[in-house]
Design a protein around this ligand. Structure first.
Ligand SMILES: Cc1ncc(COP(=O)(O)O)c(C=O)c1O
Length: 377
């Protein structure tokens, strides 16, 4: 039958009437930028995360740049960031004037660790970007214990939980993307900065609006980067459903485990105390490219997201050349995302696992992965 890589339509199917009503409400109001929907969504999203403030911006990339600047990052500073992540996590650093310094990840959790961050610290490190990759939750408290403030890139982790709280409320500030395929997605671009630090929130509010409080006096060179009223209204309809969708993602992961996927590939490992709302379900295999071909032949959606890590991208040459990150290279070479959504059924998971089993057993090139995975400690 085939299983798609993700399904964003089914979870929204029951919400169409409420979404249309929300869109009409904005149309009738005539307020499109920084109006009551954005203010209400900022309050609701901050409360959901357990953060004191939320500041809506145009997308998750701007959210990182603006949050870093609001945290005081600027010219001459270093910002430590992983290389195994979506490009934007690092791309957002140079516009602040700071330099990205790449650190490694644990290829089991796909997240940075206190050790990998420590190895990348410099006397100029002003902040660390901890990416909660694929919905896993990076160890923010352990990293902040090194004495550096953490900006959580939680673009992929809406709905996840950790022992210390939710992403967005674990570090000095957090950033989210509401790109349509995200765990909480709008119908265009959107982003959010969360923080419990009033001064960071205030600077972020000013920066998103041309560096001005009042459009009369311009105190900083800022941005035109706002979440708009339509997107906020759409997100307000969805936010109450986020936890249910996150449970569906966790349930899908359980289906995979119960169907025996762990006998065939390395399963993603949640960090201690974390309850990830798997945005992407990413498995590891020494011959991931061949597994990909075999799964695609069986009509199973699958995709390697970050085969070339960020520090090896042409635009990052200035900062990435000569940097050796063995865990990142391993993750880049062996990872493969397989179907995941809040509505992935047991039958679909079994179909994916059956296809993976056929690939491993019948395709001579795709060897069986034997636990423990060769890169475990
Ligand atoms: C980890 C991560 N960081 C940042 C971003 C950037 O978000 P946006 O696409 O909204 O700019 C994304 C989105 O794809 C992401 O996955």
């Amino acid at each position: 039958m085939g299983v798609p890589l993700f399904d964003t339509a089914t979870p929204l199917a029951g919400l169409h009437d409420r979404l249309r009503a929300a869109i009409e409400r904005v149309l009738d109001s005539g307020r499109y930028i920084l109006g009551p929907e954005v203010s209400a969504f900022e309050r609701e999203f901050a409360a959901y995360c357990g953060a004191g403030h939320a500041v809506g911006v145009a997308n998750g990339t701007d959210a990182i740049t603006i949050a870093l600047r609001a945290m005081g990052v600027g010219s001459g500073d270093d910002v430590v960031a992983p290389s195994f992540t979506f490009y934007a996590s690092a791309e957002a650093i140079p516009p602040t004037g700071a330099r990205p310094v790449f650190c490694d990840v644990d290829p089991h959790t796909y997240c940075v660790t206190a050790e990998t961050v420590r190895a990348a610290l410099t006397p100029r490190t002003k902040a660390v970007i901890a990416v909660h990759l694929f919905g896993n939750v990076a160890p923010v408290a352990e990293i902040e214990a090194l004495g550096v403030p953490v900006l959580e890139d939680a673009a992929q982790a809406a709905g996840s939980r950790a022992a210390g709280g939710r992403p967005g409320a674990l570090g000095a500030a957090g950033t989210f993307s509401f790109f349509p395929s995200k765990n909480l997605g709008c119908f265009g671009d959107g982003g959010m900065i969360t923080t419990s630090d009033e001064a960071i929130a205030e600077r972020a509010r000013t920066l998103r609006f041309h560096g001005s409080h009042d459009k009369v006096s311009y105190e900083q060179v800022g941005y035109n980067s706002r979440l708009d009223e339509l997107q906020a209204a759409i997100l307000r309809v969805q936010l109450p459903h986020l936890d249910g969708w996150a449970d569906g993602r966790r349930e899908a992961a359980r289906h995979y485990e119960q169907a025996g996927l762990g006998e065939l590939v390395q399963l993603p490992r949640a960090l201690d105390g974390a309850s990830p709302a798997w945005h992407l379900y990413v498995v590891g295999h020494p011959q991931a490219e061949r597994l990909e071909v075999a799964l695609a032949d069986a009509d199973i959606g699958c995709k390697p997201y970050y085969r070339t890590p960020v520090h090896r991208q042409p635009a990052m040459r200035k900062w990435g050349a000569g940097v050796e990150l063995p865990g990142t290279d391993e993750a880049a070479r062996t990872h493969l995302a397989i179907p995941m959504s809040p509505v992935l059924t047991r039958e679909q998971a079994e179909e994916v696992v059956a296809a993976a089993r056929r690939a491993v057993e019948k395709t001579p090139e795709v060897t069986r992965h034997k636990p423990p995975y060769p890169y475990s400690q």
